[in-house]
Design a protein around this ligand. Structure first.
Ligand SMILES: [Mg+2]
Length: 348
């Protein structure tokens, strides 16, 4: 966890926009050789030489994508960068630069923005991405963060969503579902706190789940791991909305079906015990919970031997003909049609 909390409150208006930007960006380092000019001119200048450039962008709105009641600003800044870097990892590319734009209401003092930018800086250093620009403006209500991330890869390295074949194996990194259950724990604590503000939460039994929700990591290591194994995925996506919805994306774009095996889903022991406590089915959580930022990919059957015993990866299913559909094969060996019930900000 990241410690934060600065007790002072300085009004943003005191600094003015340019003073604010200078103050918030003064700690950013430039490390990527492709960054010729970062912050400080009308535009940044980049040179990727013979590499392909991959670009992704993300918009996060207070009350829709995050709740500041249990998401400390430093964690929010960290997570905003991570979720963007994860999209570049999902292309089998290396993240190199980000731009950060925020709109903020005057209820946020300077110290709050310092916390947010401390988290952004921490993640930028961890993931070696240069912050090369952005914008700061005021909002009528709440906080809005938009990050654009750039990355690089050789043309032949890039992995799309549409390359899976009907005999490919389906693989996931790490474990899944924990970030969603971390959110359930935090929601419950928020309600307890609203009833009794003096309640001291004992969260020791939930540390892994909460960490996965508040300080997720992007799998930048997977590109290197797969390269060392001499495996190039045939399709790939990151798990932001939930496993089932990501499987549907791969299947739809690759024009294949899928059999996903319930008994192969990688679940952390803490997830299993907290699901029991909350009386929630852990398979449902693993399939529908989002924000794990693990990678989901397919590989050709002939690469099975290279990956089968690797602790970083779980083989959770295989692709089939499109006409066979997309199914979960349960422990009882029954087949259930998979539905995309991932997080959908538009439906809430
Ligand atoms: Mg994605």
């Amino acid at each position: 966890m990241i410690e934060d909390k600065n007790p002072q409150r300085t009004s943003i208006a005191q600094l003015g926009e340019f003073g604010l930007i200078e103050h918030l960006t003064k700690n950013f380092e430039v490390n990527q050789p492709s960054t010729l000019k970062a912050i400080g001119d009308d535009a940044a200048v980049l040179d990727f030489k013979d590499k392909k450039v991959v670009v992704s962008t993300d918009l996060m709105i207070e009350g829709v994508h995050f709740d500041l009641a249990y998401m400390p600003l430093k964690h929010l800044g960290y997570k905003a960068v991570v979720s963007n870097v994860s999209d570049i990892c999902a292309m089998n590319a290396k993240a190199t630069q980000i731009t950060v734009s925020i709109a903020v209401s005057n209820r946020f003092p300077l110290e709050a923005l310092e916390e947010l930018f401390a988290g952004i800086t921490l993640a930028a250093n961890e993931y070696k991405v240069d912050v090369i620009g952005g914008d700061t403006t005021s909002s009528q209500k709440g906080l809005i963060i938009s990050i654009t991330v750039l990355g690089e890869a050789d043309a032949e390295e890039i992995v799309y969503r549409n390359g899976a074949k009907s005999s490919d194996l389906l693989i996931v990194t790490g474990d899944i579902g924990a970030a969603y259950m971390g959110l359930q724990v935090l929601e419950r604590e928020k309600q307890v706190f609203q009833v009794n503000p003096n309640a001291q939460p004992d969260l020791d039994a939930y540390t892994y789940l909460i960490e996965r929700q508040l300080k997720p990591e992007a799998r930048k290591d997977v590109r290197t791991l797969l390269h060392a194994l001499e495996i190039k995925p045939t399709s790939m996506i990151d798990i932001s909305d939930g496993l089932s919805s990501e499987i549907m994306h791969l299947c739809k774009q690759s024009k294949v079906g899928c059999n996903l095996y319930e008994d192969k889903l990688p679940l952390d022991p803490q997830l299993i015990s907290v699901c029991e406590e909350f009386d929630i089915d852990s398979t449902t959580v693993a399939i529908n919970g989002g924000e794990d930022y693990e990678l989901l990919f397919t590989i050709a059957m002939e690469d099975f031997e290279k990956i089968k015993a690797n602790p970083n990866f779980s083989i959770i299913g295989h692709m089939v003909q499109e006409s066979e559909g997309i199914h979960l094969v349960t422990r009882a060996n029954t087949k259930i049609a998979l539905k995309a019930r991932g997080w959908n900000a538009l439906s809430e």
